[in-house]
Design a protein around this ligand. Structure first.
Ligand code: MN3
Length: 209
C-alpha cells in the first residue's frame, strides 16, 4: 500500500509564500486522493503494488493496459507530490540547513556553468513555468549525460527517469496556489524561489557527483 509521506515541516511554516490552508488541503486532500486511487488501481496486482513508486512510473509501459492510465495519473501524482514536498521548505533564519535561504556551493557551480548564475536559472525556470498551458509541472532534471535541463510536463506526468533525475520541481496545478494567488501564476512562481530547499538540491547534486 502506498502512503502519503508526512511533511518534514508544519503546514504554516511556508507562510507567507504558501499559505497554511493551501498546504493542508494540498497534502491531506489532493495528495491523499492520488494515493487512494493508485492503491485501488493496484488492488489486483500485488507484484506491481510492491514496487517503489518511481520504478512503477518509469516502467509505465510494462504496466497492464487496464490500469496504465490510472497509474500514469495517480501514480504520477503520488510521485510528483512526494518530490515537491522535498523541493520546498521553510525559511528559518536561525537554521539555514532546514531549507530556504541561498543556493549552496555545488548548486552555484551548476547554475554558473549552465544558466549564467542563479538569476539566469530563475529566469529560465520561470519562463518555462509561465509557458505551461493548463495544469502540470516545471522541472529541473539531469539529462542522461548529467546536464541540467528545465522541462515541463502536462497533468501528472513525471519527467523522464521519474524521480531519479529530479533536482527541483514546481506544481503548477491551480490547487497549488489558487487560494492565495488566484490567477496570478507569476507571483506564485516568484514566491516559490523563497521556499526552495537549497540544501536538499545540494545534497542531491553531491550524491551524484
Ligand atoms: Mn498538486
Amino acid at each position: 500500500m502506498h502512503e502519503v509521506p508526512s511533511l518534514p515541516y508544519k503546514y504554516n511554516e511556508l507562510e507567507p509564500y504558501i499559505d497554511e490552508e493551501t498546504m493542508r488541503l494540498h497534502h491531506i486532500k489532493h495528495h491523499q486522493a492520488y494515493v487512494d486511487k493508485l492503491n485501488v488501481a493496484l488492488e489486483d496486482y500485488p507484484d506491481l503494488a510492491q514496487k517503489p513508486i518511481a520504478d512503477l512510473v518509469v516502467g509505465l509501459n510494462e504496466v497492464p493496459e487496464a490500469i496504465r492510465t490510472a497509474v500514469r495519473n495517480y501514480g504520477g501524482g503520488h510521485l510528483n507530490h512526494s518530490l515537491f514536498w522535498e523541493t520546498i521548505g521553510p525559511v528559518y533564519p536561525a537554521s539555514p540547513a532546514a531549507g530556504g535561504g541561498q543556493p549552496r556551493e555545488a548548486t552555484i557551480t551548476l547554475f554558473d556553468k549552465y544558466f549564467l548564475g542563479l538569476d539566469g536559472f530563475r529566469q529560465k525556470f520561470k519562463e518555462s513555468a509561465l509557458g505551461l498551458f493548463g495544469s502540470g509541472w516545471t522541472w529541473l532534471v539531469l539529462d542522461s549525460a548529467g546536464r541540467p535541463e528545465i522541462t515541463n510536463t502536462p497533468n501528472q506526468d513525471s519527467p523522464p527517469g521519474g524521480g531519479k533525475t529530479v533536482l527541483l520541481c514546481l506544481d503548477l496545478w491551480e490547487h497549488a496556489y489558487y487560494l492565495k494567488y488566484q490567477n496570478r501564476r507569476p507571483e506564485y512562481v516568484d514566491a516559490f524561489f523563497h521556499i526552495v530547499n537549497w540544501q536538499h538540491l545540494e545534497d542531491l547534486l553531491r550524491r551524484r557527483s
